[in-house]
Every structure is written in C-alpha cells, then in structure tokens.
Design a protein around this ligand. Structure first.
Ligand code: HEC
Ligand code: HEC
Ligand code: HEC
Ligand code: HEC
Ligand code: HEC
Length: 176
C-alpha cells in the first residue's frame, strides 16, 4: 500500500516537472496535447456537451481580423451560480473579483510576417472546425493544423476559381 502511494507521488512529481520544463523552455506544444492552462477550461464540456456555439465566446472571429478570447463577464454570466463552489470556479471568480484577465496560454501563433484575417474566411463560409479541427471534442485545445505556408496555400490553390470567394496565391496577400 505504502509502496503504491510512493509510486503515485513519484509519477505526479514527474508529470508536474515535465509540464514545468515544457513551459519554462517554451517548447512548442504541437499535436493532440495542449498546454496546461491556468484554469482547467474544457471545450469538450462547453462547446460539446453544453452545445454552446463557438461565436458565443469568440464573437470577433466573424467580425474582425483577430478572434477574441471571451471576457470574464461571459464566463461569470453562468458561473456566478453554476458550479460556484467548485475549486476551478473559485479560482475563476478570484480573477474576476481582482479585475484581472485569466492569463490563458496562446495556442495558435503565426510569425509576424504573415497576415491572417478571420472575418474574410468565416464570411466565405469556412467553418471554424475546417481550420481548428473538432474543438468541441477537445478537453484541452491544441494546435490542429501545421500552420505552415503549405497548409494555407493548398486550400487557397483549391479555391482559386471559386465563383463567390476566390482565394489568392499572391505573396503580398499573406505577407507584409
Ligand atoms: C464558453 C466559452 C467558449 C466557447 C463556447 C468556445 N470557446 Fe474557444 N476558447 C475559450 C477560452 C476560455 C479559450 C482559452 C483557453 C483555452 O485555450 O482553452 C479558448 C481558446 C480557443 C482557441 C485557442 C486560442 C489560442 O490561444 O490560440 C481556439 C482555436 C478556440 N478556442 C476555438 C473554439 C471553437 C472552434 C469553438 C466552437 C467549437 C470554441 N472555441 C468555443 C472559450 C470558449
Ligand atoms: C452558458 C453557461 C456557461 C458559460 C457562459 C460558461 N460556462 Fe463553464 N460551465 C457551465 C456548466 C453548466 C458547467 C457544468 C457542466 C457539467 O458539469 O456537466 C460548467 C463547467 C465549467 C468548469 C468545470 C467546473 C468543475 O466542475 O470543476 C469550468 C472550469 C468552467 N466551466 C469554466 C468556464 C470558463 C472559464 C468560462 C468562460 C470562458 C465558462 N466556463 C463559461 C456553464 C457555462
Ligand atoms: C481559414 C482558417 C481558419 C478559420 C476558418 C478559423 N480560424 Fe481561428 N485561427 C486561424 C489561424 C491561422 C489562427 C492564428 C492567427 C494568428 O496567429 O495571427 C487562428 C487563431 C484563432 C484564435 C486565437 C486568437 C487569434 O485570432 O489569433 C481563436 C480564439 C480562433 N482562431 C477561433 C476561431 C473561431 C471561433 C472560428 C470560427 C468562427 C475560427 N477561429 C475560424 C485559422 C482559422
Ligand atoms: C480551408 C481553406 C483555407 C485555409 C486553410 C486558409 N485560407 Fe485564406 N482564404 C481562403 C478563401 C476561400 C479566401 C477568399 C475569401 C474571400 O474572398 O472572401 C481566403 C482569403 C485569404 C486572405 C485575403 C486575401 C485577399 O484577397 O486580400 C488572406 C490574407 C488569407 N486568406 C490568408 C491565409 C493564411 C495566412 C492562411 C494560413 C495561415 C490561410 N489563409 C488559410 C481559404 C483558406
Ligand atoms: C495563403 C497565404 C500565403 C501565401 C499566398 C504565401 N505565403 Fe509565404 N508563408 C505563409 C505562412 C503562414 C508562413 C509561415 C509558416 C511557414 O514558415 O511555413 C509563410 C512563410 C514564408 C516564408 C518563410 C519561410 C521560413 O522558413 O521561414 C517565406 C520566405 C515565404 N513564406 C515566401 C512566400 C512567397 C515568395 C510567396 C509567393 C510566391 C508566399 N510566401 C505566398 C503564408 C503564405
């Protein structure tokens, strides 16, 4: 029994150490494992089980070049009451009461020489999931596509002659 407990403690210590290692050395987390977030927020729960629409929280994705993360007030609209006594919600409420944003770890980052525009893509009828994968099944969001130039360009090439929303291969459309 004691031995089993020691093993568990050992495993937990190792897991914590490896997360700390990855975070402190800025290793890019790519593949079906996202970064450890300051609050254990689950898309699987909110966008999957509870069926919330993506733009309920990320409304800027259809209105502007950059998508937003939700304001604290969006969360607190439900969590002033829902699960208010659960530890993660107590943590969330703490940020809210101190007037702080949750320091979410960014998952999707393009190099600064690349231009991207959410509104243009969403208005052309491309689904969030076409680019971000089945986010509604992800307990932790991870980078789904490679985000390499080839990924962008292969879709643009397929849609060069789209009647309503032709994409472009111009270097300067995507680069500063
Ligand atoms: C209840 C609010 C909520 C809903 C609904 C929601 N999200 Fe999120 N989303 C968040 C929060 C909070 C984060 C930051 C924490 C994280 O990455 O999990 C986030 C992060 C993301 C990210 C990563 C952003 C980055 O840092 O690069 C993507 C992509 C994303 N969401 C896509 C979606 C998609 C697609 C849907 C619908 C299937 C969706 N979200 C539904 C709240 C929400
Ligand atoms: C429309 C209402 C609604 C909104 C908005 C909402 N949530 Fe939730 N959330 C819920 C409900 C309901 C549950 C419990 C679901 C369950 O357990 O089946 C939950 C569960 C959670 C949990 C797990 C709590 C536990 O049991 O440990 C966390 C953490 C959480 N939400 C964080 C957030 C964050 C962060 C935001 C804002 C980005 C947010 N929620 C926005 C309704 C909401
Ligand atoms: C054509 C592909 C594509 C579609 C469609 C798309 N996204 Fe994104 N998304 C991206 C890329 C690429 C980034 C990284 C942008 C950057 O780093 O400048 C990103 C970043 C994000 C971010 C982080 C904030 C930001 O703008 O950098 C969120 C949140 C997000 N997307 C949510 C969504 C939601 C919600 C939808 C659907 C309404 C959506 N996206 C549709 C490709 C897409
Ligand atoms: C799933 C397909 C798809 C992917 C993936 C995709 N795009 Fe697009 N993109 C389109 C389409 C279709 C349009 C044309 C939209 C319109 O005209 O309304 C477009 C338009 C654009 C525009 C506007 C061009 C102009 O004429 O001004 C830019 C910039 C752009 N994309 C950059 C990117 C970048 C950068 C990436 C990768 C990070 C990317 N796209 C990934 C389909 C895609
Ligand atoms: C649809 C958008 C898109 C178009 C069109 C596009 N690029 Fe890119 N390009 C990207 C993205 C995204 C990256 C960053 C990811 C990467 O390095 O693969 C990139 C990266 C690059 C890089 C840096 C590669 C590296 O290893 O750091 C160069 C150089 C480049 N592109 C040149 C071009 C030239 C030249 C053209 C025109 C023939 C072009 N791009 C057209 C999206 C695009």
């Amino acid at each position: 029994m004691k031995r089993a407990l020691a093993l568990v403690i050992c495993a937990v210590t190792l897991a914590t150490a490896s997360v700390a290692f990855t975070q402190s050395f800025g290793v890019q987390l790519f593949g079906p494992k996202g970064p450890r977030q300051p609050i254990n927020f689950s898309h699987q729960l909110h966008a999957g089980k509870l069926g919330m629409r993506c733009v309920y929280c990320h409304s800027a994705a259809e209105k502007s070049p950059i998508a937003n993360l939700p304001a604290m007030s969006t969360c607190m609209g439900c969590h002033k009451i829902a699960k208010a006594d659960m530890p993660e919600i107590v943590k969330l409420t703490g940020y809210f009461e101190r007037n702080e944003q949750v320091p979410w770890v960014e998952v999707y980052v393009l190099p600064s020489h690349v231009k991207f525009n959410h509104k243009r893509h969403v208005k052309a009828g491309i689904q969030c999931q076409d680019c971000h994968g089945p986010v509604q099944t992800m307990p932790v969001v991870y980078q789904y596509p490679s985000l390499k130039m080839g990924w962008c360009v292969s879709c643009h090439r397929q849609r060069l002659n789209d009647a309503q929303h032709p994409a472009t291969m111009d270097c300067i459309a995507c680069h500063h």
